[in-house]
Design a protein around this ligand. Structure first.
Ligand SMILES: Nc1ncnc2c1ncn2[C@@H]1O[C@H](COP(=O)(O)OP(=O)(O)O)[C@@H](O)[C@H]1O
Ligand SMILES: [Mg+2]
Length: 367
């Protein structure tokens, strides 16, 4: 059984796979390249905001441009930071330092100021400019981290004359209005150009998935009719990652049944899981404490009519050793991640209503 696989190349369906064929984003990539161009000759790259719902090719577009920049001889050093993982000033600056110096900043106890000083020194010594892409920067909205890092990066020339930094802010949450989130000190040096990544049309989804099928499966594994069915499910979820995940799961389902071809039933079973890719990725990014809090909320939501932050804190307090401030920060982060929605309640002071955006059972399942 082990060598009876339907996959010609399983990597094609992995989340970090960079496809050779990458269509429909030519305009956005051209526009971003144009903004960054001054950096090639040592000028300051122009700032950009990239906006679009999840699965519209933002991360991949930037990775492709940055890897091209790595391959050519220029004065610009590109650094792409995944803010879902690196979500503090210190860790973001450490990533930039690593790229410039080729190794991590020395030992613990280092402050972000020291790291930034080393970055500035390296930029001046190597005569380089830096462009930083803050990918999924909506994760930095908690505790005002985005303003703090933008302030350091964009005003670097004031503290260290001769340094030049451009920033690309990537936002996946269409409800975030950056002009409201950015404070005045940052605004005066930011002035980004916005590049929009619209959702793919059904024909585009179909073509992108078809390309993966040709590369990743052996011939005959997925009929055109079944591919159309997967494309339709992908459209209703609105996220291309759901489609790619479905291809993989449907093929695994077929393998499990020792069948050579993916059926409607394999797809149906795959969709039941794949449609929650967003939930899975968001939950995976949480700390232990944050997971504990959302778990308690999910349990309470399954029974309670309407949860408030006040009631919820009473329950949390008994189970976890955290204070109200920490609790409230966690709740705000879960809101920023679109796992739940906080709503003001008339005349109840700071108390807010908590509504989970997913079925509590699904949250508990994926936790
Ligand atoms: N135009 C495209 N052609 C081929 N694959 C694509 C295209 N756009 C997105 N993808 C694939 O879809 C998935 C999600 O893309 P990604 O760049 O991570 O989107 P975003 O960052 O906007 O959420 C990735 O696996 C990526 O390879
Ligand atoms: Mg992305």
């Amino acid at each position: 059984m082990w060598d009876e696989t339907l996959f010609r190349d399983p990597d094609v369906f992995e989340i970090d796979y960079i496809p050779d064929q990458f269509n429909y984003r030519e305009n956005q990539m051209r526009e971003l390249s144009f903004l960054l161009k001054p950096g090639l000759k040592g000028g300051r790259p122009l700032n950009a905001i990239i906006k679009g719902t999840p699965g519209t090719g933002k991360t991949t577009s930037v990775r492709k441009i940055f890897s091209d920049l790595d391959d050519i001889d220029s004065m610009m050093v590109p650094v792409q930071v995944n803010c879902q993982i690196e979500n503090t000033r210190f860790s973001i600056l450490s990533e930039i330092y690593k790229k410039l110096a080729g190794h991590s900043p020395s030992a613990a106890g280092n402050s972000f100021k020291r790291v930034f000083e080393s970055i500035a020194q390296a930029m001046i010594e190597q005569n380089r400019v830096v462009v930083v892409a803050l990918d999924d920067a909506n994760y930095l909205l908690v505790e005002n981290e985005l303003n703090k890092i933008l302030y350091i990066l964009l005003r670097s020339h004031e503290a260290y004359p001769g340094t030049r930094v451009g920033v690309v802010v990537i936002i996946s949450d269409m409800e975030v209005d950056l002009s409201r989130e950015i404070d005045t000190r940052v605004r005066s040096v930011f002035s980004p150009t916005e590049i929009y990544f619209p959702p793919y049309a059904e024909a585009e989804v179909y073509n992108i998935l078809r390309e993966r099928v040709l590369q990743g499966f052996y011939p005959g594994v997925l009929s055109d009719e079944m591919l159309k069915l997967i494309a339709a499910h992908t459209m209703s979820s609105g996220d291309l990652r759901v489609g790619i995940d479905m291809l993989k799961r449907a093929a695994l389902n077929a393998e499990m049944g020792a069948e050579r071809e993916i059926s409607r039933e394999h797809i149906r079973a795959a969709y039941k899981i794949s449609k929650y890719v967003h939930l899975q990725f968001s939950l995976r990014s949480l700390s232990k404490e944050e997971k504990d809090v959302i778990k308690l909320i999910a349990v309470a939501s399954a029974s309670d009519e309407q949860l408030t932050t006040g009631d919820m804190f009473e329950k949390v307090k008994g189970e976890l050793k955290i204070g109200y401030t920490t609790f409230y920060e966690i709740i705000q982060k879960l809101d920023a991640l679109r796992l739940l929605n906080l709503q003001y309640k008339e005349g109840r002071g700071r108390t807010r209503l908590i509504n989970l955006r997913y079925d509590p059972d699904k949250i508990l399942l994926y936790l």
